[in-house]
Design a protein around this ligand. Sequence first.
Ligand code: MG
Length: 253
Amino acid sequence: MILIKSKREIDLIRESCKIVAETLQLLKRYAKAGVTTLELDKIAEDYIRSNNARPAFKGYSQAGSIDFPGSICSSIDDEVVHGIPSNRILKDGEILSIDVGVEKNGYYGDAALTIAIGEISNEKKQLMEVTEKSLYLAIEQAVEKNRIGDISNAVQSYVDKFGFGIVRDLTGHGVGKYLHEEPQIPNFGKKNSGAIIKSGMTIAIEPMINLGTYKVIVAEDGWTILTADGKPSAHFEHTIAIIDGKPEILTIN
Ligand code: MG
């Protein structure tokens, strides 16, 4: 069931989303060569908790894995999403995807971005630009009376032009009282298919785009999703609300 939120609930989600956005901006400043992803994790957790909120990913459970140990997901190069913060040191030329989830007063916010560490290759640059652009094209389609498939198709029709691989095994999702709610929002699909979009819906749209194959595998840690061919991947995500028929991005400050 797709939950429709009241104005009061959207305001609570907005509050969590604001902390998500601020955390990502903070991490953007600290994500440099020589820094470990565990250090970034600590910065994020401290900031989130200083706002009387909770890092939503910490302790998140998934069948067959340990509970997620990090406050953020940090995924480098061929790591698509769900990378566990560690003592791995960031290096020049890498791309780092950071995903942040926050819960405050019982409501969630969720967003992600990919950051260049120092000078990166042109192909990584293009991958990041195309992934981010596809997110904004998708958000434009999140208007009342459109369908979820219109969002999915906006990502696919744009990304396909570049021949990049669109991850199929993971999707965007509703967000609100729970981190993951219905509907699922795939990054590929047909126009005019799926659930109808209505005011009061709050959803996270999150294209995960690979330079090579769309295929992914799960690492031995049970969490990290890797590209099957070892080529890099990018990830951009916003939580949005449909208000008076139009999308409003909540994870911006
Ligand atoms: Mg998400």
